[in-house]
Design a binder for this molecule. Structure first.
Ligand code: NAD
Length: 244
């Protein structure tokens, strides 16, 4: 990452009217939560085809909940890192207007971000697959195979592969994506749809795309600026340049 790039990116942000961040699991790895697709990511230990799909939890709830409980414990212990804090700071000073996150860890809110759209839901709650009732996740964690009072199976209130994104969440995200002048794309491999499409749509509508990732991703070819390195280091440096 060149200092000159940070200066140019800060200038783009300063002149933009609507700035949106799209974040992925990579922003939380420095908080100790593994991402999915990196070398030591979750899918290197648990096969995505056995754990990631809605059919998996329905057919083998005990096995999938065992893995989920490990992830939920990691998340409960985690604290926001300097990347989350920098994003919250940008919003506080009017340099960011919404965070669309694919993460389920709640660390943006914990860092102080206010306008957070959790496009893949969250791990704070569990939802009944039969009646839709929502519980605090603690209720589910007490049971081996978490069940609702109605007898239905509980799952974290997060989106599994094969499940649709709730319509209201999608519409809210899409309206920000369409209108933004700058999109910061942080710590996502941009391989999961529909979020992976957001930078492409924003670009088609004239937004500048700023990628922050520790390696090139699926959207590097459309990015106007690519800042490679740790999000927890690049974002605080960017904030410093915004205040120059
Ligand atoms: P992903 O695992 O596919 O990609 C993560 C990206 O972040 C990779 O490109 C990786 O190189 C990069 N990265 C890792 N550490 C980084 C760092 N310190 N700084 C900058 N970049 C870094 O994750 P994704 O694109 O978010 O999509 C997959 C799904 O993962 C999402 O649906 C999300 O719900 C789920 N997920 C969320 C969490 C969480 O909530 N923290 C954790 C694991 C998976």
């Amino acid at each position: 990452m060149e200092r000159g790039d940070l200066i140019k990116v800060a200038e783009e942000i300063k002149k933009a009217k609507l700035i949106v961040a799209l974040t992925g699991a990579g922003i939380s790895t420095e908080s100790g939560i593994p991402d999915f697709r990196s070398k030591d990511g979750i899918w290197s230990k648990f096969d995505m085809n056995e754990y990631g799909y809605i059919d998996n939890i329905i057919s083998q709830p005990e096995k999938v909940w065992k893995m989920l409980k490990i992830l939920i414990e990691d998340i409960a212990k985690a604290e926001p890192n300097n990347g989350h804090k920098a994003i919250a700071e940008m919003e506080k000073f009017g340099y960011l207007h919404a965070v669309i996150t694919q993460n389920v860890d709640g660390l943006h809110q914990k860092a102080g971000s206010k306008n957070v759209i959790e496009i893949h839901g969250n791990f704070r709650e569990a939802r009944c697959l039969r009646c839709g009732r929502i519980y605090d996740i603690g209720y589910a964690l007490k049971q081996e195979i978490p069940k609702c009072e109605c007898g239905g199976l509980l799952k974290p209130n997060a989106i599994f592969f094969g499940e649709p994104i709730p319509k209201d969440v999608f519409i809210k995200s899409f309206s920000m994506v369409e209108k933004c002048d700058v999109m910061l794309v942080v710590g996502t491999s941009a391989m999961v749809y529909p979020a992976a499409q957001f930078p492409i749509i924003a670009k088609q509508n004239g937004a500048k795309i700023i990628e922050i990732n520790n390696e090139p991703s699926m959207i590097s070819n459309i990015a106007d600026y690519s800042l490679y390195g740790k999000a927890g280091e690049i974002l605080p440096s960017l904030v410093k340049h915004l205040f120059f």
